[in-house]
Design a protein around this ligand. Structure first.
Ligand SMILES: [Zn+2]
Length: 90
């Protein structure tokens, strides 16, 4: 069997933070990547205020910059704990 891979252009921004973790109080530093790929299936939906057409590089950059700005620094350990709690049944 042949696998055909299509490499889409990735648009990414990195955010590097030094902080005291709000979860455990430890001083940490993290480098987090926010990205989307530039591809025909990555649609800017009307429900998100878009035009229903594939996102442009500028549009993606604006979105990932907003995500990066909204990110609250938390250490990798607490982040994993929070995700596990969110995913598991309570
Ligand atoms: Zn922590």
């Amino acid at each position: 069997m042949r696998t055909v891979r299509t490499i889409f252009n990735e648009v990414a921004v990195w955010r590097t933070e030094r902080f005291a973790c709000p979860g455990c109080g430890k001083r940490r530093s993290r480098r987090v990547k926010f990205y989307q790929t530039l591809n025909p299936y990555n649609i800017w939906r009307a429900s998100e205020g878009g035009d229903g057409r594939p996102k442009s590089r500028e549009r993606i950059r604006a979105e990932i910059k907003a995500q990066a700005a909204a990110w609250k620094p938390i250490c990798a350990g607490c982040d994993a704990d929070a995700k596990a709690r969110k995913g598991g049944a309570v």
